[in-house]
Design a protein around this ligand. Structure first.
Ligand code: GLY
Length: 568
């Protein structure tokens, strides 16, 4: 009954074709993404007869214009596709380490990690993958020409768009933070005369770059003047990317990882993302648990999920990395048998301290309690079309505005994805995540990601498209949306918008969003030995689910971050 009432309430608020309401409903196509302009770009392509892959490429390029904190052409991402005929494909356009990268490149002479070296400036930049990845997606599963799908983004860059408050705020913040990065301040901060909310933001340099890509495809980006400028701009700030690195970049088609949770097929991203394996492994650990009489976000509930999360993140730190370079024991980590074994020491009444979850044979790991500086600036969007093709995309520059290096004269930022490697195996990165040999730096290797674009299907038909930004919190965010829907019967809008919590094994603390854990529950959890740390504004989930009553699709943008949806 609760589900039906909530559905009706959200539908009443969601009748418009293009809208920013809490939920939107469409039968022919839905796009949910950070910016309304990007959603509209996707709907425009769907209305012109394009499929969900065509629309996803249009949305991605539009976000490179409207959401420069994370939308990009100078970064990378993952696209998960479930075609209506049942084909499931993962497209990997993760950045690669430059050919001159090496294991100790972020260490000083005494072997200590040099703060910020992997985060800002040229050395932080991985070889960008987005342009190659979008082209591969279009070639393999799209139906339209690049020329058409890039049109909305080029128009947005040329004619401009109205700067929303959150973007103006970020530009104001960037103006101070990016001191010394003159091109970045010229493009995004008008050389210090910062943009006000409501002004129009035009990007002629970016429009020129997009037109080159539109005309020449990969050659317009990975060779010629744009490539030359990328090499020069990154090297100006100490970077080592060469024209050879750019010319040799390849996006890859990978086989998605697939699990099963209570009868639903869970399809997600394989390495070099840790997301899919960690997600499915957590769901496997949760499957024997019975939630019928467990109160949502009660102490008992939070204990159950936190213990699962800790075990999966402990495994992540040791076993996950680029599978082209490291032998990831994927089948084992995805098996139900392994989940049973992993939970053998789980006790529903007590805490298992992180120290005893993974046998710490590396002394360097002892006592690490550092969360590091956080950044949540990845972005996720979901698309579905009238044929039932579904696309789930997470894309990023890593931190907000990436490395702060903007390519001179071409108007786009380069990523700082090198920080997602383990600069020193055993030491936490900026997300507080610990990696080991599996994620050590090697030339041309792809750094481990947490991005978790995911699709759920039932009897071969898509029922949910989901994903999120949020660095290390991405995987537990996606987990909780699925858990809220499957185990607590929440409609997608509620599942996306209720507060969340997060445990990543190290540091041994539960992070919680505003309103996530009541004061009484905190007392109970602290009595069990859990340490609780508040955390604000993470995980902009942009999801779409099949509507069981009307048969169409419900788009659920994350209201915490004023995300958007459009449908028709
Ligand atoms: N840069 C964040 C991630 O890939 O997980």
């Amino acid at each position: 009954m609760k589900i039906i009432c909530t559905l009706f309430i959200t539908i009443i608020f969601s009748a418009a074709a293009l809208a920013t309401q809490p939920s939107i409903y469409g039968e022919n196509g839905v796009v949910v993404a950070h910016d309304l302009e990007a959603c509209e770009a996707g709907i425009e392509i769907l209305k012109k007869g394009g499929n969900a892959v065509d629309a996803a490429v249009a949305v991605s390029y539009a976000l490179a214009v409207t959401h420069p904190q994370a939308g990009n052409i100078g970064g990378g991402g993952f696209m998960l596709i479930h075609m209506a005929d049942g084909q499931k494909v993962a497209i990997d356009y993760r950045e690669m380490a430059p050919g001159q990268a090496h294991r100790d490149m972020f260490l000083d002479d005494s072997g200590k990690v040099v703060p910020q070296l992997s985060v800002r400036g040229g050395l932080a930049v991985g070889v960008p993958g987005t342009v190659a990845g979008l082209q591969l997606a279009l070639d393999k599963h799209g139906s339209m020409e690049r020329k058409k799908v890039m049109k909305p983004a080029i128009k947005l860059a040329q004619k401009g768009f109205t700067i929303p408050y959150d973007l103006a705020y970020s530009f104001g913040w960037l103006n101070k933070a990016a001191e010394g990065f003159d091109e970045t301040r010229r493009i995004f901060c008008r050389d210090g005369e910062i943009y006000m909310p409501g002004e129009t933001f035009k990007q002629p340099d970016l429009a020129k770059t997009l037109k080159l890509i539109q005309k020449k495809g990969n050659a317009g980006f990975y060779t010629g003047p744009v490539a030359e400028a990328m090499v020069k701009s990154s090297s100006k700030y100490g970077g080592k990317i060469s024209s050879q690195d750019l010319m040799n970049y390849t996006a890859k088609i990978r086989k998605p990882v697939i699990g099963n949770y209570r009868g639903l097929e869970v399809i997600s991203m394989p390495p070099p993302s840790s997301g899919g394996i960690a997600l499915i492994s957590m769901l496997n650990m949760m499957e024997p648990m019975v939630f019928d009489s467990v109160g949502w976000h009660s102490a008992q509930h939070i204990q159950m999920i936190a213990e699962v999360e800790k075990r999966a993140y402990a495994d992540r730190s040791v076993w996950l990395g680029d599978s082209d370079y490291f032998d990831v024991p994927q089948d084992k980590l995805l098996s139900k048998e392994y989940a049973t074994l992993r939970m053998a020491d789980y006790d529903s009444l007590t805490i298992t301290p992180s120290d005893s979850i993974y046998p710490l044979n590396d002394k360097d790991l002892a006592g690490i309690e550092l969360i590091g500086q956080e950044s949540e600036e990845t972005t996720h969007f979901s698309v579905v079309d009238k044929w039932g093709n579904a696309v789930s995309v997470t894309t990023t520059l890593n931190w907000s505005f990436g490395s702060y290096v903007t390519v001179d004269g071409f108007g786009f930022l380069l990523n700082n994805e090198m920080d997602d490697f383990s600069s020193k195996p055993g030491e936490p990165n900026s997300f507080g995540l610990i990696g080991n040999e599996a994620n050590a730096i090697e030339p041309k290797k792809r750094m481990l990601s947490s991005m978790t674009p995911t699709i759920l299907a039932q009897d071969g038909k898509v029922v949910l498209i989901v994903g999120a930004p949020g660095g290390s919190t991405i995987i537990t965010t996606v987990l909780q949306v699925i858990h809220n829907m499957v185990d607590f019967g929440m409609p997608v809008h509620d599942a996306v918008n209720v507060p969340r919590f997060h445990h990543q094994w190290r540091p041994d603390v539960i992070h919680y969003g505003p309103g996530s854990i009541s004061p009484d529950t905190m007392v109970l959890l602290e009595a069990m030995g859990y340490e609780l740390v508040p955390r604000y504004g993470y995980g902009e989930v942009n999801a779409i689910s099949r509507d069981k009553i009307f048969g169409g699709w419900v788009g659920a943008p994350d209201l915490k971050t004023a995300s958007h949806g459009a449908a028709y």
